[in-house]
Design a protein around this ligand. Sequence first.
Ligand SMILES: *Cc1c(COP(=O)(O)O)cnc(C)c1O
Length: 383
Amino acid sequence: MNNNHKLATKLIHAGAEPDPSTGAIMTPIYQTSTYVQSAPGVNKGYEYARSQNPTRKALEDAYAIIENAKHALAFSSGVAATDAVIKLLAPGDEVICAHDMYGGTYRLFTKIFEKFGIKFLPCDTTDANNITPLITANTKLIWIETPTNPLMNITDIAAVSAIAKAHNVILCVDNTFASPYLQNPLDMGADIVMHSATKYLGGHSDVIQGALMMNSDDLREKLYFIQKSCGAVPGPMDCFLVLRGIKTLGVRMKAHCENGEKIANYLRIHPKVGKVYWCGFADHHNHAIATKQMRGFGGMMSFVLKDDSVEAATKVLCSTKLFSLAESLGGVESLINHPASMTHASIPREERLKVGLVDGLIRLSIGIEDADDLIEDLANAIG
Ligand SMILES: *Cc1c(COP(=O)(O)O)cnc(C)c1O
């Protein structure tokens, strides 16, 4: 396989080499903590499994290839990957971030890192011009998420990257919602891409994992040092599961996008449904940017009923049969979720309401079941 191959080919072959000892086509699960040396310091490049593991290496090679990156690092969760990025910073440093990020990212920034003297300045990054006035001599990182969880807001990655470069600031993009199938932020000038591989990359709701991809050798060295020093590494079984998941990312994402479009259009004309948040609609406020930087619009969406009470939302949340009421997203099965009390409960209510994350909001992760069955399930639940 080479870099000229198309994504569908890369997804199948990235990182996959026949096992040198047996020829096994699938990367073995190297379930080991250490490696035998023939003399002190004489080894095959593997010393201790917090620092190196062959299954993890195969996955990290795959991660790099599918994000068009030179390097990648795997972490024990998405938030562990985020945690490693913030550990590039020092007390007094400032981070400009999106004001409607994933709840766990918000919690990590405000509840863990603020007390170590790192300052986070949230702003509405859907207009990149809002970022420049916040930049000071202490700004070291810009953190954006696009599309955002759960309101599907879109930020112009190339525009933010130009601002970051002009001020010599690192730009990290949480690309979890789009997945590498729909969007590649490094190609638009980002310095680091972060993924919760728990979601679309794993794709089967059976593993927690995170990833960072980057082109800079310097950033790779610094982040590898943090990875091995802080130790939030994934086990080999989890690496195997994500390697396996990535092989079908192409066919899954195609189905997520097709189902997503049908269901978004169904909800939009439903008489009991108020606003539907999906970046594929022509009247989504940043649809032009979404079209420019994404190859499709995915299977994530949120909506509010015309009766926007929590009671009405709860009735729908508890009435679906195919959609399971659960946190997380990006798996083959459809999920329904109440951000205010579930995924985004760690964000104070006033903060949530400021960005439009109302109490009655319902989020859907559209799976790859038959779209007609999913629509029937929603029809019955909404009534
Ligand atoms: C789930 C999620 C995370 C956190 O990842 P974990 O694997 O749960 O630690 C970060 N960002 C986004 C957008 C997510 O959906």
